[in-house]
Design a protein around this ligand. Structure first.
Ligand SMILES: NC(=O)c1ccc[n+]([C@@H]2O[C@H](COP(=O)([O-])OP(=O)(O)OC[C@H]3O[C@@H](n4cnc5c(N)ncnc54)[C@H](O)[C@@H]3O)[C@@H](O)[C@H]2O)c1
Length: 293
């Protein structure tokens, strides 16, 4: 590795008290960024700040619910009040309430959709106001949003209907924000990580086992170098992309695209569609497996 990639940049990481968010915050700080640590849990946010300071970095804690509209506004405000600017927003906070479709309660559905989708949108919306104001004042803006989707959102996951729907929504939000915010100098991408954290250590216990020796592929810190790079000036032209990342593996998700097609030039008769759909599906790529099937 050569040099520090984020000298002078100011970043916010939501849900940074533990797990992936904490690993991202520590990596950003190692590269010279000043980092606002948000977490619902103020105690772990303070611990993350202490760890960054002990390693010679700069950080401050701003605890609170990232999906709260006013709280999200205050989070952006905390970065600007402390360091005069914001350059990087890492939307990461979230939780799961795993249930089959048939047993998901209304409360579980609402909580999961809220923490992920609104928890991404609310800070994005307030950060963009900051960047738009700077761009309008003629200041150069070279900003980043890095969202957190999931393989569950890209392929679906049995027992995670609300979570998969929210994470698929985050992938779509990433595409729209990238298209809309380029004019203000903001690049927007998403990662779909896999790592051993509180969220996965029970559900995916077998997959998340720590090896006796050698490379620990499920260490959350493996995900953070890509996040740091995407946050840096080098990544200016990369936008609207989703990267899957785990261990030493990085792949670019290719997303939905129109596959085999047929155009009758007029309305179809339902009775003739059996053969037509069969032929289209015969020509189409086999879908990737839904997790858990
Ligand atoms: N661990 C994985 O393999 C994996 C896979 C795919 C996606 N993800 C995503 O990565 C992100 C981080 O997950 P993790 O595995 O590190 O989980 P984690 O539970 O270890 O950490 C999540 C953190 O977010 C905080 N948080 C939850 N709700 C919040 C809120 N409303 N406001 C502020 N903070 C809040 C929690 O207190 C916790 O510290 C999540 O969005 C998750 O869906 C993780």
């Amino acid at each position: 590795m050569s040099g520090r990639l984020l000298e002078g940049r100011v970043a916010i990481v939501s849900g940074a008290g533990r797990g992936l968010g904490r690993a991202h915050a520590e990596e950003l700080a190692r590269h010279g960024a000043r980092v606002v640590i948000n977490d619902f849990d103020g105690a772990v946010a303070n611990e993350a700040v202490a760890a960054i300071e002990a390693a010679g970095g700069e950080a401050l804690a701003k605890s609170g619910d990232v999906a709260d509209w006013k709280g999200a506004e205050e989070l952006i405000g905390a970065a600007v009040a402390a360091w005069g600017r914001l350059d990087v927003l890492i939307n990461n906070a979230g939780f799961v309430r795993d249930r089959m479709v048939v047993s998901t309660s209304e409360e579980e559905w609402d909580a999961v959709i809220r923490v992920h989708l609104k928890g991404h949108f609310a800070p994005t919306r307030h950060a963009v106001e900051h960047w738009r104001a700077r761009a309008k004042a003629g200041e150069p803006v070279d900003a980043r949003i890095i969202n957190t989707t999931s393989g569950a959102g890209l392929r679906g996951s049995v027992g995670q209907a609300a979570y998969s729907a929210a994470k698929a929504g985050i992938a779509a939000l990433t595409l729209v924000a990238a298209a809309e915010l380029a004019r203000y100098g903001v690049a927007v991408n998403a990662i779909a990580p896999a790592a051993r954290t509180r969220m996965t250590e029970t559900t995916f216990a077998e997959m998340m086992k720590r090896p006796a020796s050698g490379f620990d592929a499920m260490d959350p810190a493996n995900v953070s170098p890509l996040v740091a790079w995407l946050a840096s000036a080098e990544a200016k032209s990369v936008t609207g992309r989703v990267f899957e990342v785990a261990g030493g593996l990085i792949s670019v998700a290719e997303g939905w695209r129109a596959g085999p097609r047929v155009d009758r030039g007029e309305r179809w008769n339902a009775a003739e569609l059996g053969a037509v759909v069969k032929s289209l599906l015969g020509d189409a790529a086999t879908p990737e497996k839904v997790y858990g099937t």
